[in-house]
Design a protein around this ligand. Sequence first.
Ligand SMILES: [Fe+2]
Length: 161
Amino acid sequence: MAMTQSKTTKTFLNQQVANYGLFYTKLHQFHWYVKGHNFFTLHEKFEALYDQVTLIVDDIAERLLQINGQPYSTLQEFLEHATLKEKPYVKPLSENEMVQTVIDDLETLRDELVEGIALTDKEGDDVTNDMLIATKSKLDKELWFFSSFLGKDPVPQKNAK
Ligand SMILES: [Fe+2]
């Protein structure tokens, strides 16, 4: 199969760099501001997730460089290109609201990975495809963890267009 690694793959990967770059900071907000009976659990859990996100964003950015792309590397670029949204912490959020926000963001990231997996499969870019599948496996597990914390089942993925 011919490997094309089109502009579309590069654009997709770069949007993910922006997303995980933003998510990293957003998780710090929750790590710092969480309050309540589950403080110890969630304070540590948010940290464990931003540590994973650090590895994910680095892998995606370095893959982009390997295929002659140019990863975004400023906070301004992350904000401009991310599909995730952030908010200043001006009004207290409950533990459950924070967890639900993390679930919503993980679902967005997971559904975008489904699209990226289909795209790289179509283009025959096996290495990027493999990396995205490995990332999705991590996010699926996190979605299960955080959904279980709220007593919910994980929301099923949207299928690739
Ligand atoms: Fe800390």
